[in-house]
Design a protein. Structure first.
Length: 367
C-alpha cells in the first residue's frame, strides 16, 4: 500500500470538515429539502443586474488576478483606497490566507467557544493553538477575548459582529472602546459578514489604516452571491500587500468579479433584500412564539430560537425538522446549543417551517 508522505501536522489532524452540507444530507435521505434554512444563504437571490452581468461574462478568460475594477469600486464605496482592500474566495478563503500568513506551529489564537468553526479549522491546519472564552449573555465578549489574548500572547483574535450562530451584535462604539485593551502585536480579525443586515452603527467607525484590525466582508449574505464566493478584507496597506505572498492569484473567477461589481452598484436591490430579511426575522420570531419558544434578537439573516432546554433537546428538534424536510442548524457549544438556528426564507419556506415545528417539538419531548 502506498504511504503518502503527509507532513506530521497534516497526518495528525482528524479527517473532518466544519460543516456537513445540505446536499450531503439530501443524498443520505434520498430526497431534497422542502425548505433550505440552515446555511444562512440569501434565498431571495442576487440583484438581477448581477445575474445578467455573470451570464454575459466571457468565461474563456481567467479572472483579473488583481480584481482591479471590483477593488476600485469597493474603495469608492467605503471612501478608502484600493490598497486597503484584498478580494478573495469568500471570507473563508481570506481567513485561510490570513492564518497562513500569521500562524505557525504553537502560535496562540483566541476565539469564542462556539463561534464560527471554519476559522478554528484553518488555525488547526497551520498548527496554531486555540484558546477560547465563553459567550456572555449570548454575545461574544470583546473584553474577555482581548484579556485572554494578553494572557496567552495571541497573534490573532477572532470576533464576529454580528455574531454567527447567535445573531447577537454590539454597537460599533463597544468594539472601538474594547480595542484599547487589545495587546500590542495582536491583530483583531473582525468578521462583518452580516453587517449589511444589522442596524446602523453596528460597524465601528475606525480608519481602514488602523493597524490593530482587519475587517472581513462578503457578498454571500445580503448580496445573495454565496455560490460565487466573493469576499473582501479591509486593512492597512502593508497587511493587504502581504496577502500577495500566499493567495491564489487566479482564485477569483471572472463571472464572480462581474457579479459582485454589479451587485455593489445596485443599492435599490440591497434595500429590498434588507426589507425581506427584516420581515422574515419577524415571521420566524412569531413562529417561535406560537410554539412556546423564544427567538433571540438578531442583526443577521437568521434567527436563533431558544428551545427551552439543553443541547440534547435542541438536537432532537433539529432532527425532527430535518426528517420533515426542513434544513436548519444549531450552535455547537453549550449553553448556546440550547438553540436552533433558522435562516431567513421566503414565505413558502417559513410556512414549511411553521408546519413542521410542532411535530418536531412533540417528538423531541417524547425522546
Amino acid at each position: 500500500m502506498t504511504q503518502y508522505r503527509l507532513t506530521p501536522l497534516a497526518d495528525a489532524l482528524p479527517s473532518t470538515v466544519p460543516f456537513v452540507g445540505p446536499e450531503t444530507q439530501e443524498r443520505v435521505m434520498g430526497r431534497a429539502f422542502t425548505a433550505r434554512l440552515g446555511a444562512n444563504e440569501n434565498v431571495f437571490g442576487p440583484s438581477p443586474r448581477a445575474i445578467d452581468a455573470m451570464a454575459k461574462t466571457e468565461q474563456w478568460m481567467y479572472g483579473d488576478p488583481e480584481s482591479h475594477d471590483l477593488r476600485a469600486a469597493l474603495a469608492a464605496h467605503h471612501g478608502i483606497t484600493p490598497e486597503n482592500i484584498i478580494v478573495g474566495e469568500g471570507i473563508d478563503g481570506l481567513l485561510s490566507y490570513l492564518v497562513r500568513l500569521m500562524v505557525a506551529d504553537g502560535d496562540g489564537v483566541v476565539t469564542s467557544d462556539g463561534a464560527y468553526p471554519t476559522f478554528n479549522y484553518h488555525v488547526a491546519g497551520f498548527g496554531g493553538v486555540l484558546h477560547k472564552v465563553p459567550y456572555a449573555d449570548d454575545h461574544e465578549d470583546p473584553a474577555a477575548l482581548f484579556a485572554k489574548a494578553a494572557e496567552v500572547g495571541a497573534k490573532l483574535v477572532y470576533l464576529a459582529n454580528p455574531d454567527n450562530p447567535m445573531g447577537s451584535w454590539h454597537d460599533g462604539h463597544v468594539i472601538t472602546r474594547a480595542l484599547e485593551a487589545l495587546p500590542q502585536g495582536c491583530l483583531l480579525v473582525l468578521d462583518e459578514a452580516y453587517v449589511d443586515c444589522a442596524p446602523d452603527g453596528t460597524a465601528p467607525d475606525l480608519p481602514a489604516d488602523d493597524p490593530r484590525l482587519i475587517r472581513m466582508r462578503t457578498f454571500s449574505k445580503a448580496h445573495g452571491l454565496a455560490g460565487a464566493r466573493v469576499g473582501y478584507a479591509i486593512a492597512a496597506p502593508d497587511l493587504i500587500t502581504a496577502f500577495g505572498k500566499v493567495r491564489n492569484h487566479f482564485g477569483m473567477n471572472r463571472a464572480a468579479q462581474a457579479g459582485a461589481l454589479a451587485a455593489l452598484q445596485d443599492s435599490n436591490w440591497l434595500a429590498h433584500i434588507q426589507s425581506q430579511i427584516a420581515s422574515a426575522r419577524d415571521r420566524i420570531a412569531q413562529i417561535a412564539s406560537d410554539n412556546g419558544l423564544t427567538a433571540l434578537p438578531s442583526a443577521a439573516n437568521f434567527v436563533a430560537i431558544d428551545c427551552g432546554a439543553d443541547g440534547r433537546f435542541a438536537k432532537a428538534v433539529l432532527d425532527g425538522l430535518v426528517t420533515r424536510g426542513v434544513f436548519v442548524r444549531m450552535p455547537f457549544a453549550a449553553p448556546q446549543n440550547r438553540c436552533i438556528r433558522v435562516s431567513c426564507g421566503t414565505p413558502e419556506n417559513l410556512d414549511a417551517f411553521a408546519a413542521a415545528l410542532p411535530a418536531a417539538l412533540a417528538d423531541a419531548r417524547k425522546a
